[in-house]
Design a protein around this ligand. Sequence first.
Ligand SMILES: *Cc1c(COP(=O)(O)O)cnc(C)c1O
Length: 447
Amino acid sequence: MEGIREVLEGHRQAILAGAPCPAPEAIEADVLARLGEAARGSLRAVVNATGVVIHTNLGRAPLSAATLDAMRHAAGYTNLEYDLEAGERGDRYGHAEAPLCRLTGAEAAVVVNNNAAAVMLALAALMDAPPARASGPAGPATPLAGPPEVIVSRGQLVEIGGGFRIPDVLRRSGAALVEVGTTNRTYLRDYEAAVGPRTRILLTVHRSNFRLSGFVHDTPLEELVELGRQRGLWVVDDLGSGTLLATRPFGLGDEPTVQERIRAGADLVCFSGDKLLGGPQAGILAGRREAVLRVKRHPLMRALRVDKVTLAGLLATLAHYERGEATAEVPVWRAIAAAPDASRARAEAWRGALGDLGAGCAVRPSRSAVGGGSLPEVTVPTFVLALPGGAPDALLARLRRADPPVIGRIEDDRVVLDPRTVLPDEDEALLRGVREALKARRTTDGP
Ligand SMILES: *Cc1c(COP(=O)(O)O)cnc(C)c1O
């Protein structure tokens, strides 16, 4: 109603200002367009032409076709917590555990809402008692004179974005944070010196969205695991993005894989479902059986558990890895693996399809970022379509008003569109948006 009133008021003002009275059909079309916008709601699909593969503001990982199918099917009734053999209540967490163990080599695994939840749960669940393997002769643990302690390197006390700060998460979980080492270098002896009677957890955190370079030393996870074993401590690894594929063949440097962190012996490795894994938003905890069991039994688990639709999507995404087809089927990996020549061919095709609107466009080399708080400053070569120059901010804004909105970026004072992150079936939508934006510019900015 308010929308209709606003449209009519707009026309009234225009007429009062001397504009000719529009035809009733034109007014009707305006009203319908406004109502359409209102019905659509504010959350919309967009074309990501930024070249940032895992773009947190644009919803991180786009999902594979099989993942979407699986999520649609799971939206009805499912055997989420029902054992079809026995005809009785089944294990909600079992569905994802088997494939996660096969893929990562972990003894056990469980899925929660996101990685922030996974880290919180890991700390909360392991804080209460030391690992059984370390308790030696059975008997009640002596009560601690103060809160249990978690040891973290000063070089890993990071803010991940969206206010997820490791020191804050730790304090909220009821633990005391013990910082060791320096910003750039932390050695095993720093951890050793800090272990006391209240120490429960050695925590490592992937720096994710920033990079230390130069005079840097991180204590290898293997050394922390050994220290944990000697002193009866849990070792938790917040791996952040969590890749299952080796990154070096794709020109992304050496990211530790989940499998490597499990093999190094961490009790729990925590990682996201929607970063380099390329699935729906989820947090995964994988590691030793005893640790995962404690997580499953923690009261917070119920509050942070994953829903059936997400779980189905995650399973379908994991199946791509199990079938060895991740780089062909998981959109994040397809984008990362795309050759620069493929980007060039697509950018050329876009320019061709724009006809004379494409006159001032240029196809030129650039770099795409992996992004998403996963691999800072890691870029891969690409080609982009640079749109005609002048007032690039205004042109970006016009592209954002397209339906669907097209999100580009500015490079050297020109709007550029990177084919790497534009999904295979989005070329037409992108071209429609670009045509409208360039035409609108012609009419308002002159030839
Ligand atoms: C991204 C990230 C998180 C948060 O993960 P979400 O899945 O966004 O909740 C936590 N820790 C690290 C190291 C990260 O990179």
